[in-house]
Design a protein around this ligand. Structure first.
Ligand code: DC
Length: 222
């Protein structure tokens, strides 16, 4: 069976670009698990559900159909039949996803979906708890980090490119809130999983990070 590769790390460390490029290089499936939390957050915001209220979130989990479909090698999220696409890529949805992801009912709802997607191997799965909780037996675990200043700069650049400019101070505030929430929560906090290879991408570009990961993979296969 082809391996499972997990890539965890904080917001803005470059996980998505690196994971997509790596999956394309290896012809593996790409799974962005943040998209699952974002999809639920998107529906919560749309339905005016309080993402801090466990009862409302429990109800949301019971009444929402979330599935993953492999579309040309990318696992795509459908919520109640809708491909939520780019609508979940806003700072507002990201922050709401970070908040609702601290609740056990939400994590439980999404766990099997993620594990099923990786059951046949040949997958690059990115998120916060890929190596620690979802795929603890993954053959290759990466923890991708970068200085907070660099992560803020990258997020700013990304938003400008998408024509959704935000001020550096807003991005800094949101990034700090997310870092705190994602790493301090009780269940499945962001950690470097045991055995994870830690890569600091502060002064590396995407292809350099991908090359570093590929070196480790060939080391595992030798
Ligand atoms: O990777 P992202 O920024 O799209 O993720 C959005 C939020 O979802 C993140 O701040 C925390 C949550 N998340 C999580 O709790 N576990 C994951 N495996 C992935 C994301």
């Amino acid at each position: 069976m082809k391996p499972v590769i997990t890539i965890d790390g904080p917001a803005g460390a470059g996980k998505s670009t690196v994971s997509k490029a790596l999956a394309a290089r290896l012809k593996f499936v790409y799974l962005d698990t943040g998209a699952l939390y974002r999809a639920l957050a998107y529906k919560a915001l749309k339905s005016k559900i309080d993402v801090n209220n466990p009862d409302e979130l429990g109800q949301l989990c019971l009444t929402t159909d979330v599935i993953l479909k492999n579309m040309n090698g990318t696992m795509t999220v459908f919520v109640d039949g809708e491909d939520v696409g780019d609508k979940i890529r806003t700072e507002e949805v990201g922050l709401a996803a970070s908040t609702l992801s601290t609740f056990p009912a939400v994590r439980e709802k999404l766990l099997d979906l993620q594990r099923d997607a990786g059951a046949r191997g040949g997958i690059v799965a990115e998120g916060r708890d890929m190596g620690s909780i979802v795929f603890p037996d993954a053959e290759i675990k990466i923890y991708l980090d970068a200085d907070v200043g660099e992560r803020i700069r990258r997020r700013h650049e990304e938003l400008v490119q998408k024509n959704r400019p935000a001020t550096l101070s807003d991005i800094t505030r949101d990034m700090q809130a997310r870092d705190h929430q994602d790493s301090q929560r009780k269940i499945a906090p962001l950690v470097a999983a045991p055995g994870a290879i830690i890569i600091d991408s502060t002064s590396l570009d995407v292809s350099q990070v991908v090359e570093k990961i590929l070196e480790h993979i060939s080391g595992v296969n030798d």
